[in-house]
Design a protein around this ligand. Sequence first.
Ligand code: 13P
Length: 244
Amino acid sequence: MAGNWKMYKTPAETSAFFEEFRPLVAQSQHCEIVICPPFTNLVAAVEAARGSRIAVGAQNIAWASEGALTGEISGPMIRATGATHAIIGHSERRQYFCETDETVLRRTQAALVSGLSPIVCVGERLEEREAGHTEEVLSRQFQQGIAGLTPEEFACIVIAYEPVWAIGTGKTATPEIAAETHRTIRAEVRARYGKEAADDVRILYGGSVKPDNARSLMAQPEIDGVLVGGASLQPVSFASIVNF
Ligand code: 13P
């Protein structure tokens, strides 16, 4: 159960969130919990999560470990904060910051080299779904990005399916649509990495996940977890999603 805070919260607000959130999930043993704040809050988040089961992740990662790459943050830097995960290829990065399937692959490899767990995002835009191109888009994102990983590398990633039309719009994919699309992604995984890898890989759903729809989404065996934006910013709402 992962929270993507996007560009919200200061370090002080991060500490306040954890203070309220920790007791609400103290008994939650059924899942991994990851919170991904902005880079500037990673240290505060790791500090505030110390001694709990809550892991901390970044929202992006450079493809190189160091270099003349103004504005980028590398795997070793993220690792040094104590964070353990990194979201890669979020649709907002694809849409506004020229992220491509190729850079998604390079960033994923860089995360793995640094010992970070990548949460790799895929998903189609509204016009692509309406034109009946969902499978084709997901296949391209998979083939030109994720499929470049070795089987050993692939075993270490989590995939997040986030239909762009469901992000921040209040339009959740129905549990059935989400499950069907997860099956499409799993079929790509099976074709490239085999049945065992397809059975084992965790696929998260993201896009307007809220306390009141988390249970019906999680009731789909195909949906292994969720990647939550807006509803992860409030301790009570994210805790009730975690404890669906
Ligand atoms: P919302 O939950 O705000 O729709 O955002 C989803 C998302 O983009 C998570 O990465």
